[in-house]
Design a protein around this ligand. Structure first.
Ligand code: IMP
Length: 432
């Protein structure tokens, strides 16, 4: 089968509309895998007229019979997972047969969330330019513990004795930080331990070996879709550091957090919004701090699915996109929210950056350099028509087709799918 293993990644700063593209692809995938990030993600899918926002569950849960895997690279908030499982209509026993949580996924503990918020507040107080604008979901501190080799993994919360030992070790380190650095009260062992044991009882039926699950599926001739969260420019290594999340959002992250050798990935899909948005702090060269930005925000309902924060909005940045093409090795682009551009007087697309008096089309992920960068725009004709009813590329107005063609010419990557509205059916499938 062609494209049996696919990786789907956000090609910008997250919120590209990955959930709805996964939703389209999940119909033909047997196994869907989340491989990084945690409940900082918010994947919105509208199916059957109902809106679902998944923070942890792979979007493929909406399709019956799909195996959904939460890989070892994910940081897992069990209370959040429980509320998502509870919200799905099928009985939990049905979910149990198709949700697999890797034993190696790290657990987001209450102290991670607390430290996330405290650290952000302290940075903001010290120097307003140094806080990240995190989602406050404890993501960074949880990954810190993972790499510091003190983290508590999913397999630990189902073993009360191991959990007790590890939790005591952690509180022994965290409480002095809370008390001495942040002047906060120490956390009580008993309460966290009780909660974590409860989480363990909830998670036990879902625990599994995600490596084996994926490998077995491939041996059985099944297809696998890796569902990325956040986006390339928020990647811990390749994003606009330090204004990034703490995981590997790029396609290579599948191999680490989803346990599949890179050579086994057949196709990498980059999800690209027809304009750009960013939540939180950090440089954003094409940001429009004016009516255009507001128009995009309202038209695209650009408010965070996790935090509700208004997203910063601006024009499509092809310099950044071409960087994303390289870093991920994109094979095809899924372009979302093209309909949001309908009715604008003109469309601008960033084709180069001006930095220190010279022009470049090379993206630097250095936050300092990017801050100094001035975008160079190409203005393209706009269209007034409502395009939400279009189902074929040929039905789009000429200016909309030109916009898509311009992206293809500038990136040398085919735009295989185009989102023209919020619903599952509002999609133009070209060569996908
Ligand atoms: P954290 O992932 O909560 O640590 O936040 C780090 C940065 O990534 C902040 O700027 C967040 O706004 C951003 N971020 C995290 N998750 C998402 C997401 O799913 N979409 C968009 N931005 C995100």
């Amino acid at each position: 089968m062609k494209n049996r293993v696919q990786a789907l990644v956000g090609a910008q700063w997250g919120d590209e509309g990955k959930g709805r593209v996964v939703d389209v692809l999940a119909g033909n995938a047997d196994v869907i895998v989340r491989y990084q990030g945690g409940a900082n993600a918010g994947h919105t899918v509208i199916a059957g007229g109902k809106k679902y926002i998944f923070h942890l569950l792979p979007s493929g849960m909406l399709y019956p019979n799909r195996i959904c895997v939460i890989g070892n690279g994910v940081v897992l908030d069990p209370a959040q997972l429980k509320s998502e499982v509870d919200e799905l209509s099928p009985a939990p026993s049905e979910i149990g047969t198709r949700l697999v949580v890797s034993c190696g996924a790290h657990i987001v503990m209450p102290y991670h969330k607390k430290l996330d918020l405290l650290s952000e507040a302290a940075r903001k107080k010290l120097d307003s330019g140094s806080h990240i604008g995190t989602t406050g979901r404890g993501i960074g501190p949880c990954y810190v513990d993972k790499y510091n080799r003190i983290g508590i993994r999913a397999e630990d919360i189902v073993s009360p004795k191991i959990l007790e030992k590890k939790l005591r070790l952690n509180l022994n380190e965290k409480n002095p930080v809370l008390e001495k650095i942040y002047r906060e009260s120490p956390l009580e062992f008993d309460e966290i331990y009780e909660d974590a044991c409860e989480w363990g009882r909830f998670i036990a039926p879902y625990l599994g070996d995600s490596t084996l699950e994926i490998d077995n599926a491939l041996r059985d001739g099944k297809s696998v879709l890796f569902e990325g969260a956040q986006g390339t420019l928020l990647d811990i290594d390749h994003g606009t550091y330090p204004f990034v999340t703490s995981s590997s959002c790029v396609a290579g992250g599948c191999s680490i957090g989803g346990a599949l050798g890179p050579g086994r990935i057949d196709r990498v899909i980059g999800v690209v919004k027809a304009y750009c948005t960013r939540v939180g702090e950090g440089p954003f060269p094409t940001e429009e701090l004016n009516d255009t930005g507001e128009r995009l925000r309202q038209g695209g309902a650009e408010f965070g699915a996790t935090t509700g924060r208004p997203r910063r909005c601006g024009w499509l940045d092809l310099v950044a996109l071409n960087y994303s093409v390289k870093v991920n090795g994109l094979d095809v682009i899924a372009l979302t929210k093209l309909d949001v551009l309908s009715g604008l007087d003109e469309l601008k697309v960033c084709v180069a950056y001006r930095l220190n008096g010279s022009e470049t089309d090379i993206f630097s992920n250095s936050a300092e350099k990017l801050r100094e960068t001035v975008p160079v725009y190409r203005t393209l004709p706009s269209w007034k028509e409502n395009i939400s009813g279009c189902r074929k590329f040929s039905e789009l107005p000429q200016a909309a087709r030109d916009y898509v063609n311009f992206i293809e010419e500038s990136t040398s990557i085919k735009v295989g799918l185009i989102g023209v509205g919020a619903g599952r059916e509002d999609t133009i499938i070209r060569d996908f």
